[in-house]
Design a protein around this ligand. Structure first.
Ligand code: FEO
Length: 406
């Protein structure tokens, strides 16, 4: 196989096929994988992603056989995991004039991982473009697909999307293009989605919305086949696989608020749930009867309870509701606890202890992280006072909880 394969005018695959069983995310990829890197030989030559760290020296050596690395102007890093950014230190030691193009968060991570503080960076924001001399790149930030710093790159003139991990397949292909594949890759493509992308389903939906703004002829991901035949089919598969049936899925938010902050958090969680398509009832404990709340709880797959803290305890009459709810059969229902506080927030822990004694599936940080891959979730949701960051956290908690019942 050549080290440099043309995929469009002045546009080449320069990656690495890894046909070993590859350890990856607690799995062994028995069919191997590829690390696809792309070289756009425009007036301002640009490399999009690199290869796995274990092939860094080999990658740079082979690249330099066909290309003068001193002329490399940009290195686009869509995602910092070592299977794509791993060759960056070896590359930057030779490509001394190159500028790293990436997101702000990715820059922090690259500096932490590879000590590239002395390199020049060009930080992009969602929707920005970059003229690379004869072609134009457009960047889309797609956080959590599948890590927080991720972005996609799109070449406007070639109509090629470089989404890194997204739309990838773990297959060690020497055919490279999907129209040359000797087997139907659809099943492997779906398996990859389930393993890597499905925990981040809401972000897949946001990414797909961004793709509606561009015309895609070819998808050039960073693992497996380049999808130049019927690229739309693969976008449509993500659309189908990331849809969830939320019909008849209900949630109840019950709260008691002292100064209004716990009420605001309740409203934010409500926003996250309803944005995820969950029919949600929100009840201030002082305004509804216990029987009505029990009826709502019985019909809900998700029960979320919150209280402010006053003198180290819950406020108002919420404990009366709580005692009744935990006496119900809550098996197969999910729940979590929230509340704002100024000092210690004991009420949140007291409610959590109540729910632990029931048979509800209680959501905490560890469970949500392991299921969804989220890295910035804290459950129970303990909010000291209230501000814009706390609002975003509460909306996010609602969205993530929705994933368990959708
Ligand atoms: Fe292919 Fe997230 O690395």
């Amino acid at each position: 196989m050549d080290n440099k394969i043309q995929i469009a005018e002045k546009n080449f695959w320069v990656g690495k096929v890894d046909d070993r069983p590859v350890p990856f995310h607690r799995l062994i990829l028995e069919k191997g994988t590829t690390y696809n890197s792309y070289l756009l030989e425009t007036e301002k030559p640009t490399l999009i992603d690199t290869v796995d760290i274990s092939f860094g020296v080999e990658f740079v050596k082979k690249l330099s056989e066909n290309f003068d690395l001193s002329t490399l102007k940009y290195v686009v890093i869509n995602h910092v995991e070592p299977d794509h950014a791993g060759a960056l230190p070896a590359l930057m030691s030779k490509a001394k004039n190159a500028v790293i193009v990436t997101t702000e968060r990715a820059k922090e991570l690259l500096n932490g991982m590879f000590k590239l503080h002395n390199k020049e960076y060009h930080i992009i924001k969602d929707g920005e473009t970059l003229d690379i001399g004869g072609k134009t790149l457009k960047f889309f930030e797609v956080p959590y697909l599948h890590t927080e710093e991720t972005m996609m790159t799109y070449c406007i003139e070639d109509k090629i999307l470089y989404p890194c991990d997204i739309f990838s397949t773990h297959l060690a292909t020497y055919e490279l293009f999907n129209d040359l594949a000797k087997v139907d890759i659809t099943e492997d493509f779906k398996v990859y989605y389930q393993l890597i992308m499905s925990p981040h389903r809401p972000y897949v939906r946001e990414m797909l919305a961004k793709l509606k703004t561009i015309e895609i002829n070819t998808i050039a991901p960073s693992h497996g086949f380049i999808l130049r035949d019927n690229a739309k089919k693969f976008v449509d598969l993500y659309d189908i696989m990331s849809k969830k049936d939320t019909s008849n899925k209900k949630a109840l938010i019950l709260y008691s608020s002292m100064t209004g902050n716990t009420g605001k958090i309740a409203n934010d969680i409500y926003e996250g749930l309803t944005e995820s398509g969950i029919e949600t009832s929100i009840v201030n404990a002082k305004s509804s009867s216990i029987d009505t709340v029990k009826e709502m709880a019985a019909k809900s797959q998700l029960i979320i309870i919150g209280s402010s803290t006053k003198y180290g305890d819950m406020i108002g009459n919420i404990e009366d509701y709580l005692k009744e709810i935990v006496s119900m059969d809550l098996s197969s229902k999910y729940g979590f606890v929230f509340g704002s506080y100024g000092w210690s927030g004991e009420s949140i822990e007291i409610i959590n202890d109540y729910l632990k004694k029931s048979n509800i599936e209680l959501l905490d940080s560890a469970r949500v992280i392991k299921t969804t891959g989220a890295n910035d979730i804290h459950l129970p949701l303990r909010i000291k006072f209230y501000g814009e960051d706390e609002k975003a956290a509460a909306i996010n908690a609602g969205k993530l909880a929705a994933e368990f019942i959708a």
